[in-house]
Design a protein around this ligand. Structure first.
Ligand SMILES: Nc1ncnc2c1ncn2[C@@H]1O[C@H](COP(=O)(O)OP(=O)(O)OP(=O)(O)O)[C@@H](O)[C@H]1O
Length: 246
């Protein structure tokens, strides 16, 4: 497989459930070795779009292309585990195909080697995220799909996990499609950003997207900015007033 080839492509995808039009004419392309991040407010359809991309949910109309033969690793936003069912992390990873040595080495990589023998029910939220990431990596995926991979992880851990995701992309040449709410950290760790609010509001490199009026309308108060006392009040201002968005 060559660098830059398209692994996943969605064209004009619509989803209507009942009376709700949840996704409208969404286009999305993910090429080998690139990191694409979906951002958007709660309920924007990010998880739903990932599920359509993975073939877990049928779209109402539009096309979904996944290159045949590729291995996909999926880290869901949450996992329902029966609290009465005793399941150790090592067994959980073994069920996903992880030999003990591989499972241990992945846990080491994601910064959670100490939970190998722990019951899943006893590990913390941040440790669970690391275990889910390790599980998504078990089969050396060509495409890694991560739904809010750093939710519940402490700030230092978030930086480490984004670095790890970037390193995995470089080492394995896999593509990454992820959903994130951590605008500042993720912007540094992504090649392209798509801003979704049922439809794609804007897309492009982080530098381009963070200056797009549609992005500023949704996230203006969170945009990266510095205060410049000599500023003139242009259209690129945050809602707190007096700060120029960079
Ligand atoms: N199976 C379903 N049936 C009906 N509505 C659904 C279904 N799945 C999702 N929805 C609705 O679709 C909308 C988008 O949900 P989704 O989980 O994709 O949002 P999201 O952007 O991932 O949100 P968040 O940032 O809160 O995780 C929500 O309003 C949700 O209630």
């Amino acid at each position: 497989m060559s660098a830059g080839e398209t692994l996943l492509e969605l064209s004009a995808v619509d989803l209507v459930l009942g009376r709700r039009h949840l996704l409208e004419r969404v286009d999305l392309q993910v090429r080998r070795a690139e990191i694409v991040t979906l951002i958007g407010p709660n309920g924007a359809g990010k998880t739903t779009l990932l599920r359509i991309a993975l073939g877990l949910l049928p779209q109402t109309s539009g096309k979904v292309y996944r290159q045949s033969g590729i291995t996909v690793g999926y880290m869901p936003q949450r996992l329902q585990i029966d609290p009465t069912f005793p399941l150790q992390v090592k067994r959980f990873l073994a069920m996903a195909g992880g030999e003990p040595e591989r499972a241990r080495s992945l846990l080491e990589q994601v910064g959670a080697p100490h939970v190998y023998e722990s019951p899943l029910q006893n590990i913390s939220g941040g440790e669970m995220q690391r275990v889910l990431l390790a599980r998504a990596l078990i089969r050396n995926p060509d495409l890694l799909v991560l739904d809010e991979p750093v939710q519940g992880v402490d700030v230092r851990g978030q930086v480490e996990l984004y670095r790890l995701i970037s390193a995995i992309r470089l080492e394995q040449g896999c593509a990454v499609l992820m959903v994130s709410h951590d605008l500042h950290l993720v912007m540094a760790a992504t090649d392209r950003v798509l801003c979704l609010n049922r439809h794609i509001c804007c897309s492009g490199t982080p530098e381009v997207v963070t200056l797009d009026p549609a992005y500023l309308e949704l996230f203006g108060h969170l945009a990266v900015y510095t205060h410049d006392p000599s500023h003139n009040h242009s259209q690129h201002q945050d809602s707190s007033g007096g700060a120029d968005v960079k």
